[in-house]
Design a protein around this ligand. Structure first.
Ligand code: NI
Length: 176
């Protein structure tokens, strides 16, 4: 297992659209283990998408279970994920490992139903709400080359420079 290097904005590769996974094999699971290890190596990180690690396939790891009182589905691997239902809209602050110096306000659906394959190729359906739904939608955007910077609710007052770099600020907003 290994902690992977993360592409940092404005690396143009972050704008790439990732391709679907078709082989659910051992090398895929090895990569997912590395992606999880990379997520865990960054305190406060609640999700990571494969393209952030330079692998342009539709793979996301997600785990908001460390946040107190946030409804969640535990630690998830979402492969070829698809939103099948979305409800409501709420504005919330987002951070991203690929955008280390800023956070920003983004509108996301409040409740979603999401279909995805697990690492063994089994199809699953998840219902998510609130922070977990926001984190999932943020990660799915990475698969289409979108960052939270592309979705700010306002050009003038929705972007915030992190006051202090490092662990404490990262933990507060949950870079993903
Ligand atoms: Ni991100």
């Amino acid at each position: 297992m290994a902690v992977l290097d993360i592409l940092i904005y404005p690396d143009p590769r972050l704008k790439q659209t990732s391709s679907s996974v078709s082989n659910f094999d051992a090398p895929l699971r090895d990569f997912i283990a590395d992606l999880e290890e990379t997520m865990l190596a960054h305190p406060g990180c609640v999700g990571l998408a494969a393209p952030q690690a330079g692998r342009f396939e539709r793979i996301v790891v997600l785990d908001v279970s460390g946040k107190p009182q946030v409804p969640n589905n535990g630690r998830l691997t979402l492969i070829n994920p698809e939103i099948v239902h979305a409800d409501g809209s709420a504005v919330g602050r987002e951070g991203c490992l690929s955008v280390p110096d800023y956070t920003g306000n983004v509108a996301r659906a409040e409740k979603i139903a999401l279909k995805a394959f697990d690492s063994h190729g089994r199809e699953r359906l998840y219902r998510m709400e609130g922070f977990e739904a926001r984190a999932a939608l943020h990660e799915l955007d990475h698969l289409d080359g979108l960052l939270f910077l592309d979705r700010l609710v306002s050009r003038r007052n929705a972007l915030f420079r992190r006051k202090n770099q490092g662990r404490s600020s990262a933990a507060k907003t949950g870079p993903s």
